[in-house]
Design a protein around this ligand. Sequence first.
Ligand code: PMP
Length: 361
Amino acid sequence: MTKIYNFCAGPAMLPVEVMQKAQAEFLDWQSMGRSVMEISHRSKEYIALAEAAEQDLRELLNVPDNYKVLFAQGGGRGQFSAVPMNLRGRGDSGAFLLTGSWSEGALSEASKFLNTKVVGEVEVQEGLSTVPSITENQIDQKSAYFHYCANETVDGIEINDIPDCGDVPLVVDMSSNILSKPLDVSKFGVIYAGAQKNIGPSGLSVVIVRDDLLDYAMPETPTFLHYKTMANYDSMYNTPPTYSWYLAGLVFKWLKEQGGVASIAEKNAKKAALLYDCIDESCFYLNKVHPNFRSKMNVTFHLPNAELDAIFIRESEQAGLTALKGHRNVGGMRASIYNAMPLEGVIVLTQFMRDFARRYK
Ligand code: PMP
């Protein structure tokens, strides 16, 4: 059988070692004669698992002690609502940087709860998408928070420099690039990420909140989304998605075994460089993002015409390279190469792409 490499943007592939471990202990976890998903979240065994997952995540991202790590439900979009509800008490407006589909989604949901102001937007210069840098004086210092998306999964745009918003809490959606590289958590008020790319199965999300921001929620905030309540109950106010949390814990252990985020960042840079070099050298494929903002997680590219798109998809699937079709809003192709994608998957993809370009040029 052809080996499959899965380039899906999300839910994305998980590390094979994690899947094998989960499979091996699926029916009998820790010799309990039961699956981990069949035991109480209040049992000492499960609480130990939950604490270890949090501890491993803290170590991986070097999370300072004055931040809470929450394991929430509702994925990335759940936080599109939870963030404005939880920070509404700080002010009646929020500032936003718009760089693509997901920052627009966050803005649209936030506008249900507070006034929103767009302080910067992606621009196309000479055919390439670029992101303006944001400085403190562009942001009303009374804003409840400033929000941006560090990696636009659909558009293939990644922001590497952390915006400077003065004393306004910085909130970031890192759903598609968390844990892909080292991060200075202390620069942020809230970091959130849906799990389905670099963490684990969809539905779960991780929220890292600075302690002083825990208690600004609007009174109508549903209790299970309330950061302070979540923190007080160690993310177990309601029954957590126990199996997803378990898998996230296995992914964190796997990442530590890989040498942590600094080491995975080197591998990610290498994978992305291979793919962008292949695109740039080809005179056939085209990436429309300025090199400073090219995503290392979601590499987008276009073929010379739409008829070739269908042929590319068909032939790539036959070659075991799956889920390369770009998002319907953007068209073209997208190769998502999160932490779990091995270097060899990218090598096989670039070999396929070179061969395809030679045949259809
Ligand atoms: N933000 C980003 C950057 C995403 O990529 C996604 C999902 N692809 C979301 C938010 C929404 O996540 P979910 O579907 O888990 O709610």
